[in-house]
Design a protein around this ligand. Sequence first.
Ligand code: ZN
Length: 212
Amino acid sequence: MVNLFSHRKLPYAYPRGILTPVRGRYWHLTPVIIYLLSEITEVEKPLLQKTRILKRAFTLPVPWFRSTRGGGAIVLGTRKRPLIIFTENFFLREIYGRNARYYGNRLDVWLDMLSHEVGHVAQLDRIGAPAKYVLSFAWQYLRTMSHNRAPLEKEAETGRKRYRSFVHHIRNKGLMKEYYTLLRADSADEAKISQIRQWITEWKKASQTKNA
Ligand SMILES: [Zn+2]
């Protein structure tokens, strides 16, 4: 039996390079990640700039995924203040135990998940009736404990497919190590973005050729 409360005493961590803490209450995506996700998923930058990332807390009992089964994320909030809430295991590091579901330092898992969730942020902005929209989603998560084949899910999934295609391109070029090193580096955002821009341009060119 899973004990969700066992996580409470563990020190939490967040993935550097992806998130910036804001007043110790929530996180924003870093400018580099906003650039990357926006270019790849086509979700608008201003929307990603105002998106807050939160860790699920007991005062915030969603998404009701079990962290030990991989956990997940859910988009809540309003158009003005979109929230992406991740389960605790996304803020725990593997060094705290031999748990493969501790994603606190897993940029690959974070970005794969974010490339899907930002699609829901765009939907929240487009539909603009947060209560109704969000409640239906919350119930979906609670009832099914998984994503279903709803059109909104399929739509959000196209962003993830595009991101996976980009990662595939990076891997084919033998640049995986460089890619994650760059994201974690302390170098200036402009330098990071300029490198990422180049990779994205190459990826877009390559996928056009393939689809022609
Ligand atoms: Zn989804």
